[in-house]
Design a protein around this ligand. Structure first.
Ligand SMILES: O=C[C@@H](O)[C@@H](O)[C@H](O)CO
Length: 193
């Protein structure tokens, strides 16, 4: 990902936070990634880590319409993914979608009610809605509307060892190509509290 793309995407995120009335703490640290796949409009994310303690973590994230966070799971992290504004398209799978066909169903809580979702079938969260993902549930998401902010409330987040992506090419810590002055940065190797 080029530094110019990091700067552009983080400025876009900052504008969305402003328009949606999401007030950030002083010195908020923006982190952008294209997941190392080279096309941030297809797969990309801006993350602002708000807290990361042994017991809990909170983030607010931005992606533009149809910009996806590719299919992945966590070994330890339990997380709520929350549509804070706009609309979010999600897909969940019981197993790695790259290795197994999308069969069967996944039991998840949506808005604190247990639901049975078909593996591989997209569904939508509207503003204010959330899904609770337990370790081992594979998931992918992307905004399906402009102005979408994505919240995350979870247990401790360790980006370096607890993200398992279906696509083995994914690298959220890819080096940023310095093509202009850095206004923002990439993903921290380990989210620190
Ligand atoms: O589901 C998405 C989350 O786990 C993110 O916090 C993670 O950083 C994706 O790379």
């Amino acid at each position: 990902m080029k530094q110019s793309e990091v700067n552009r995407l983080c400025r876009e995120a900052d504008e969305c936070f402003r328009l949606q009335g999401w007030i950030l703490p002083p010195n908020a640290q923006f982190a952008a990634t294209d997941f190392g796949l080279g096309d941030y409009r297809a797969a990309g994310l801006v993350e602002v880590l708000l807290a990361n303690e042994p017991e809990y973590c909170e983030k607010i994230m931005y992606a533009s319409e149809n910009m996806s966070t590719p299919a992945h799971t966590h070994g330890k992290k339990k997380e709520d993914i929350i549509c804070r504004s706009g609309e979010l398209r999600l897909t969940v799978w019981a197993d790695n979608p790259r290795l197994t066909p999308s069969v069967g169903a996944v039991e998840v809580q949506i808005n604190r009610e247990m639901r049975r979702l078909l593996s591989g079938e997209a569904f939508f969260l509207k503003a204010g809605e959330r899904i609770t993902l337990t370790p081992g549930i594979w998931h992918e998401f992307a905004p399906s509307a402009a102005g979408t902010l994505i919240g995350e409330v979870s247990t401790w987040c360790d980006e370096a060892t607890d993200n398992f992506f279906a696509d083995p090419r994914v690298d959220i810590f890819h080096a940023i190509e310095p093509d202009e002055t850095a206004e923002y940065g990439g993903f921290p190797s380990e989210a620190s509290s």
